[in-house]
Design a protein around this ligand. Structure first.
Ligand code: SAM
Length: 486
């Protein structure tokens, strides 16, 4: 699991996926929507499709027949931006044979590249930032009238809590529910605070309503989504940074992430609850204790650390030390002995020495992560690192360090999957195995993929599976019985 492989947060297998929605008979125009980047972007495309289905659009998978082509973009690394640029070239080639077709850029590339796309290169008709999707009906009207349209304003309070997202290309079993937008952490390498704005939390009642609705529709698992879920804080609306100015009553009735987790877990006791992403500096003991209290909260924490060196962590503005991270890991292991932990790691951050790199490897040896998502540092325009630090680690050094990190992760991954062999674990069936039509694929609580012969079980069943064998990322087993949650 790395830039070349499968990733959960930025799932490379899903990059560029076109999303389709059940046809509304009254709708006459055709929308083709492609998404790149993190799960948050895929989730946003479901909001966009929902807004546009009210505006007369049905989704299509055929680019050539589209009236409107939208690409939901990612800026996290240069490679992601290059992929989108290539797609825009393709869309423009198709436009030559279908001049009525309009092209729009959504998401994280919108703010930074709006003038370039619209005025200099003239390769798009519309640019819409992540907080402006409710303005799409007006923007499309502008485009219909022959003008370019742009709205990249970032909002203080937009959470789309009142838009019921449509589930696009869904397996009908697992769904993502967005709980915060934006990020306040200002990690020096990261473009997110600039592209997605300041952090704000969504009303817990609208989160609960969405989770309950998903359960009614037959979904069995939700993942609560945010750049930094542990920082979730609802006090009646508004930016996280303005909490200090809230009234005493607002403070007394506020809901933090641990409380939100409990509310969701209690609302649907048979539904599996996951969340992503956690930030070590914001993850508190009460979150780990809530996880321990509720069986339906899955025992898996994605806990990116980025580097094992205190010097580099400081330069990245990650507000914790290596020692504090170990303390958090020790607490997780003590309170949740069966919990899986995964990482994000960046190789070759500016000024990173061999000694810093060795610190990263030794931190990995301490934790022995179950999974990992690993990247070579990519300088992003506008970030503090780009402004203050020279991107001074040669490409080949970055690649070599990344490779060493990946190899160590593979070793630890195998060690972790081996620990499941011989146990019987509950698996939620998500669909057929990619490699064999005779096998189901699902996940255990720890988020490890499990494959086993189908027998008479079906998608959406909770099944106890005896684990007989494993690879570094997959468990292989056989069904024993339905689990009690079925
Ligand atoms: N909010 C999460 C956090 O702070 O840990 C994740 C943010 S990001 C969407 C996912 C991952 O991309 C990060 O954890 C980091 O490892 C990686 N990433 C972000 N900016 C990067 C950059 N400039 N170069 C390489 N990797 C980067």
């Amino acid at each position: 699991m790395n830039d070349q492989g499968t990733e959960k947060i930025i799932d490379e297998t899903k990059q560029g996926t076109t999303l389709t929605l059940k046809k509304e008979e009254a709708n006459t125009r055709k929308l083709y929507i492609e998404s790149y980047g993190c799960q948050m972007n895929f989730s946003d495309s479901e909001i966009v499709a929902s807004i546009l289905s009210q505006e007369g659009f049905n989704t299509t998978q055929k680019l050539e027949e589209a009236d409107l082509v939208l690409v939901n973009t990612c800026s996290i690394r240069e490679k992601a931006e290059q992929t989108v640029r290539k797609r825009l070239e393709k869309f423009n080639a198709v436009k030559k044979t279908n001049p009525g077709m309009k092209v729009g850029v959504l998401g994280c590339m919108a703010e930074r590249l709006k003038s370039k796309f619209l005025e200099e290169e003239k390769i798009v008709d519309m640019v819409v930032g992540p907080d402006a999707y409710k303005d799409l009906p007006n923007l499309i009207q502008e485009v219909d009238e022959g003008r370019n349209a742009v709205n990249v304003i970032l909002s203080k309070d937009e959470t789309y809590g009142d838009v019921a997202p449509v589930r696009l290309n869904s397996n009908g079993v697992t769904a993502f529910v967005s709980i915060t937008r934006g990020c306040d952490n200002m990690c020096t390498f990261c473009v997110v605070p600039f592209t997605r704005g300041r952090e704000r939390s969504r009303d817990p009642q609208s989160i609960l309503a969405e989770v309950n609705d998903l359960w009614e529709k037959g979904f069995k698992e939700v993942t609560l989504l945010g750049q930094n879920v542990d920082s979730y804080l609802w006090y009646g609306g508004g930016l996280k940074k303005d909490f200090e100015k809230a009234t005493d009553m607002q403070k007394a009735t506020s809901v933090n992430f641990a409380k939100l987790l409990e509310l969701v877990a209690q609302a649907q006791p048979k539904m599996r609850i996951r969340f992503s992403t956690s930030n070590p500096q914001d993850m508190t003991l009460d979150v780990i204790e809530s996880m321990a209290k509720y069986e339906n909260i899955c025992k898996y924490i994605h806990l990116p650390v980025q580097s094992g060196s205190n010097r580099v962590l400081k330069a990245m503005n990650r507000l914790h030390t290596r020692e504090e991270y170990f303390e958090l890991i020790d607490n997780i292991r003590r309170i949740l002995p069966d919990c899986a932990i995964s990482q994000d790691m960046i190789a070759g951050f500016p000024t990173e020495t061999e000694e810093d790199h060795q610190d990263t490897l030794s931190l990995m040896d301490y934790v022995k992560y179950d999974f990992g998502f690993m990247f070579a540092y990519s300088e992003r325009p506008g970030t503090m690192a780009a402004r203050k630090l020279e991107d001074d680690i040669p490409e080949e050094t970055k690649k070599r360090r990344l490779q060493e990190i990946i190899e160590l992760q593979q070793k630890h991954g195998l060690l972790r999957t081996q620990q499941h062999v011989g146990k019987t674990e509950e698996v939620l069936i998500e669909g057929a195995s990619k490699k064999s039509d005779a096998h189901w694929m699902g996940r255990n609580s720890q988020n490890t993929v499990v494959v086993f012969p189908k027998e008479n079980y079906k998608v959406g069943d909770f099944v106890n599976v005896k684990i007989n064998d494993c690879t570094s990322a997959t468990l292989i087993g056989e069904a024993v019985e339905y689990s009690k949650n079925n």
